[in-house]
Design a binder for this molecule. Structure first.
Ligand code: ARG
Length: 406
């Protein structure tokens, strides 16, 4: 009988390295590792060799950066999706793409199962598994971290040493870090205590606002149909644009977040995020919407943003509601083109100017000078009609209470 084939989502870190060997032994299976490059800075070089040394028969590495930004991140940006109003969701947006990668490779390789290194209490297992189930209902999913015998990192390291698994046994960071182009999530260690402020060494890509330059830095972002296309007047591809913005924002201390959030499995967790490009882009995009969208569309879209954020966070990227809401979002972005100039200064992000050919802002209507074109007199009639229900209500209450007294 042919051996079982398992495609393993592989980062080359301790968990997924141990997984390759463990799955190999437990299922007597052929392991194919799959690694998606979403712009994490950790070494992708040498990863294939490492996977093969660990016992994989094949290692696939895919550069998904462009697809990640243009097909995934831009959607979340256009929607204005920030989980619980804050988190730009770098990890949450990346997972459905990784789930899709696992399914694609499993199909190509004729694999029986896919496997991931997510824990049993996180959100990522939900995103990976709901994604895989939706895209390929028959595919088996194995989540070793939920079932295996290792109780600690030390036990995994022992197992790795015993089995000649090449893992870097440097003094490991006290934090657990997940990273891609759209941001970094930092957990564990002292960060688990919500009364403790994050130590400076928790931050990976941002300068402390205290040490950031004394001179403010301005940056102009150009959007076309809701998507950023240029920085400071220079047209850039998605990858370069986000990388540059991460650098510019990072050196000015922008994009740090410290939040308590509600996980899908019901627990609250404390998360530190760094996402300079994401925070800057969301701020600029939102500013442009304030200028361009009509009042009702703008208000309605705020609700949609929240719904889309919850769907993404909860692992429902590949779902009918997500697609339907995105169709709404896309129709609002038809005119979302223009420039926003921001000033970055010691962690702060301030809007300096916004402009668009589709701007609904009219100086003639807004001005308090003699150039004013607004019809003040008509407002009198409007006030009478607009306030009528409430005026009536009070009148009725007053006459009813008089009747009661009588
Ligand atoms: N709480 C964040 C989220 O759910 C970050 C998750 C970080 N993931 C990780 N594997 N460390 O999106």
């Amino acid at each position: 009988m042919a051996k079982k084939k398992i495609v393993v989502a592989y980062s080359g870190g301790l968990d997924t390295s141990v997984m390759v060997k463990w799955l190999n032994d437990k299922y007597d299976a052929e392991i194919i590792t799959a690694t998606g490059n979403l712009g994490q800075r950790s070494e992708l070089e040498g990863l294939e060799e490492k996977a093969l040394k660990t016992g994989a028969v094949k290692a696939v590495i895919k550069d998904l950066r462009e697809e990640f930004l243009t097909e995934y991140v831009w959607k979340a940006l256009k929607a204005g999706a920030l989980y619980e109003g804050v988190y730009p969701m770098a990890c949450a947006i990346g997972r459905p793409l990784l789930a899709k990668m696992l399914v694609d490779i499993a199909r190509q390789e004729g694999a029986d199962a896919v496997s991931h290194g997510c824990t049993g209490k996180g959100n990522d297992q939900v995103r990976m598994e709901v994604g895989v189930q939706t895209l390929c209902p028959g595919l088996e999913i194995i989540a070793p971290l939920r079932d295996w015998e290792f109780k600690s990192r030390e036990e995994e390291i022992d197992y790795a040493i015993k089995n000649n698994i090449p893992v870097k046994v440097t003094k490991s960071s006290p934090y657990s870090i997940d990273e891609n182009l759209f941001g970094i999530a930092i957990e564990c260690g002292v960060l688990e205590d919500p009364t403790v402020a994050p130590p400076e060494d928790a931050y990976q890509i941002t300068t402390s606002p205290k040490n950031a330059p004394e001179t403010p830095e301005a940056v102009t972002i150009t959007f076309e149909k809701g998507v950023p296309v240029a920085l400071n007047g220079q047209k850039l591809g998605a990858i370069e644009l986000v990388e540059k913005l991460n650098l510019i924002g990072g050196r000015n201390g922008a994009g740090r977040m410290d939040q308590i959030e509600n996980r899908v499995v019901g627990i609250k967790s404390r998360e530190i995020y760094e996402a300079p490009a994401a925070v800057i882009l969301h701020k600029a995009h939102n500013e442009l919407e304030k200028l361009i969208l009509d009042k009702e569309t703008f208000r309605y879209k705020q609700d949609v943003a929240n719904r889309v954020a919850n769907l993404i966070y909860d692992g429902l990227w590949f779902s009918p509601l997500f697609d339907a809401l995105m169709a709404f979002v896309d129709s609002t972005q038809e005119t979302l083109s223009g420039d926003v100039k921001l000033e970055l200064y010691k962690g702060g992000i301030k809007v300096l100017s916004r402009s668009s050919n589709y701007s609904l802002y009219s100086v003639e209507l807004a001005t308090y000078t003699d150039q004013d074109q607004f019809d003040h007199k008509s407002s009198g009639g409007f006030m009478k009609i607009y306030g009528l229900p409430y005026k009536t209500l009070t009148q009725v209450k007053q006459s009813a209470s008089k009747k009661e007294v009588a």
